[in-house]
Write a protein that binds this ligand. Structure first.
Ligand code: C2E
Ligand code: MG
Ligand code: MG
Ligand code: MG
Length: 291
């Protein structure tokens, strides 16, 4: 009787689980295909110097559109890709594509000063990673100092060879920024030893800046910490004027968010660079801090 109950339970729950597992396996398989089938593309989100209003760079963000299904959010497929290992292929494609775009924009005189590219832990763990990055950048003809790699704080904490790998990457000439900073519990002594150039303040702390009295405490603390370690600060996910004003007062260096520019395709980016370049030549003071 008990056994029958168990079986009944088993039969009751099994279909739901397989459904989920099947969808996952399917997405993973499709994702590997996506690279080959050219279903991935990149968008670029502008970053502006808060004090001068100048465009200082863009962040490449991967997009996946499944035929007959539509867009799959990166917050959904990147974690899957990391689990199944497909992130290595996806990551290689992203690096190549971002460098190719940068090379094309440089040739057209429409390039932003810098291209930031997200790197995941599976890539960083690979012993040959820095050499591969060097090869890809060299083959593209883009100067290494135009490339910046973003690595999330939690990843740096997880990867045992992180410091060594970051040193190798920096030796190539690329810059390194810590993404989603403030969410990964780095100890201050560890942070001091990390060969990095920038901290990107996680969006969640920017969201908390609702104009109230104490809500800026964490953002203020991160900016102060960065300053004392000689690191630049980038605020991500800035959507409102009051957030930007707070960041300006606290002397955060760079802003990235919907307020100043949404992620866009490379053609639109080229036009933006042209427009800002012309504006900057026309009247220096009138450079708009927006895309
Ligand atoms: P991230 O690196 O922290 O990227 C910033 C995310 O915030 C992007 O989401 C961007 O579209 C979004 N964002 C920018 N400004 C605003 C804003 O003002 N408000 C709000 N609400 N959101 C804003 P997206 O494109 O969905 O990417 C999510 C995450 O997926 C990224 O977070 C990154 O961790 C990962 N990702 C994206 N592209 C790649 C990639 O090529 N490789 C790897 N390994 N991860 C990637
Ligand atoms: Mg990022
Ligand atoms: Mg980020
Ligand atoms: Mg983030």
């Amino acid at each position: 009787q008990a056994k029958a109950q168990g079986r009944k339970g088993y039969h009751f729950y099994q279909p739901e689980l397989t459904e989920q597992a099947r969808e996952r396996l399917m997405l993973e398989a499709l994702l590997r295909d996506a690279v080959l089938q050219k279903e991935l593309f990149l968008e670029y989100q502008p970053q502006f110097d808060i004090a001068s209003g100048e465009l200082v760079g863009v962040e490449a963000l991967v997009r996946w559109t499944r035929p007959a299904h539509g867009a799959v959010a990166p917050t959904r497929f990147i974690p899957l890709a990391e689990e199944c290992g497909a992130i290595v292929e996806v990551g290689e494609w992203v690096l190549k594509e971002a460098c190719a775009t940068m090379a094309r924009l440089i040739a057209a005189g429409e390039a932003p000063p810098k291209m930031a590219i997200n790197i995941s832990v599976r890539q960083l763990e690979h012993p040959g990673f820095a050499a591969a990055v060097g090869d890809t950048i060299r083959a593209s003809g883009v100067p290494a100092h135009c490339i910046e790699l973003e690595i999330t704080e939690s990843v740096i904490m997880k990867a045992s060879a992180a410091i060594e790998r970051l040193q190798e990457l920096r030796a190539i000439g690329v810059q390194i920024s810590i993404d989603d900073f403030g969410t990964g519990y780095s100890s201050l002594s560890y942070l001091r030893r990390l060969p990095v150039d920038k901290l990107k303040i996680d969006r969640s702390f920017i969201d908390d800046l609702d104009g109230g009295q104490d809500n800026g405490a964490i953002v203020r603390a991160i900016i102060g910490l960065a300053r004392s370690l000689n690191l630049a600060t980038v605020a991500e996910g800035v959507e409102h004027d009051f957030q930007l004003e707070f960041l300006r007062r606290e002397r955060c260096d760079v802003v990235q968010g919907y307020l100043t520019g949404r992620p866009m395709r490379d053609g639109e980016l080229g036009q933006l660079v042209r427009r800002l370049g012309v504006a900057a030549n026309d009247e220096r003071g009138g450079v708009p801090l927006t895309a």
